[in-house]
Design a protein around this ligand. Sequence first.
Ligand code: UDX
Length: 445
Amino acid sequence: MKITIVGSGYVGLVTGACFSEVGIDVVCVDIDQSKIDNLNNGIIPIYEPGLEEMIVRNMKKERLKFTTNIAAAVKESEIIFISVGTPPDEDGSADLKYVLAVARDCGKHMNKYTLVITKSTVPVGTSLRVKKAIQEELDKRKVNIDFDVASNPEFLKEGAAIDDFLKPDRIVVGIESEYAEELLTQLYKPFVLNGHPIIFMDIVSAEMTKYAANSMLATKISFINDIANLCELVGADINQVRKGIGSDGRIGNKFIYPGIGYGGSCFPKDVQALIKTAGEYNYDLQVLKAVEAVNKAQKSILFNKILNYYNGDVKGKTVTLWGLSFKPHTDDMREAPSLEIVSKLLKAGARVKAYDPVAIPEAKHHFGDTISYYNDQYEALIDSDCLAIITEWPEFRIPNFNVIKKLLKTPAVFDGRNIYDKDEMRQNEFDYFCIGVDTVRYILK
Ligand code: UDX
């Protein structure tokens, strides 16, 4: 079996690497020549645990190749995945120009039956536009070649993408022909051996499934954040409430951790896109609008706590941030809460020092020299007034609290991810603030 994946970004690379890992011949295509040159030299443009090793291993076995030559790649394969970017355009809707350009390339170059599968997250109805674009190109060529389109959304979590691909909870595929179903059943066979289902459905439902899944997950997070904020006011502890509700199987204990708002490349974009789609049908998605509003407000929560602690004035204070990426095990800072917090701190006249295990190069693109960067989490605390936990990297979980206290000017820790125990922090004589716990009662002074 031979497949082509067009778009060698995050999703394309993980998809290509994982298919080649199970012995399928994969050609990954991108228009960016320097990216392809780097990949051919084993230089991977993103940080994702296990990805580099997997790519290099399969390149050596010559079953994973990188090229800019889309014409040749389309001709060589019966199956083509589209996994190019769909950046939001000015009004927040997904910009489909790259997806449709690939569809046109498929129509221009295919010379036998081809199955074109959309993997990029695209608005409901896009696969039909892909089909139309391919057909238009075939008509221009005046050739009659049979083809199918399909939708196969990805559910990869950054930082755990390889595992998610190799051992998926489920694979969702939208198809409109039996032959396409047969091809995809064959292709995904190695990944469903241990009982994980491949769920076939119609194309529009598959496209909708992706948005509904991410919106449901975003809803869980905004819901728990809303309840956490109320817990602070009534004197309850969200950590206990979370355990209490999570043990109900209908609710489940996953994805109900309060924090400083969801970020990343998917949730914010997908929630906005679904609200927009609903609007096009004159339907008001009220729940999702609230999910978005709560998330926006939640990104300021930690800054507000810091401001309150210093009686409304952080001018001249130095705040150290541990973690900058939107979540651990990635250097991705898209929609990260750190962007909001840094901007608010700087605007209020504070200085910011930051440490992150992998995201500093990425952070420099966002903050330039407006903040200071450190390669060591303790060094970043020297001469700082307080510490704020922004990302729950494992290395922050059991730090040396004595060193932290010695280095900080005020013993204040603002924990945006609830990684510390409030009683232990009190024993360690910290002023400790987290999310959803009335820690004001615990302040030492
Ligand atoms: C998500 C989906 O999980 C994945 O299936 C989809 O394909 C792409 O979007 P990802 O963006 O990589 O994946 O991150 P995820 O681990 O899901 O976390 C998203 C955000 O939610 C992060 O900002 C995280 O900090 C936040 N989060 C998650 C919480 O605040 N609380 C939780 O309980 C879980």
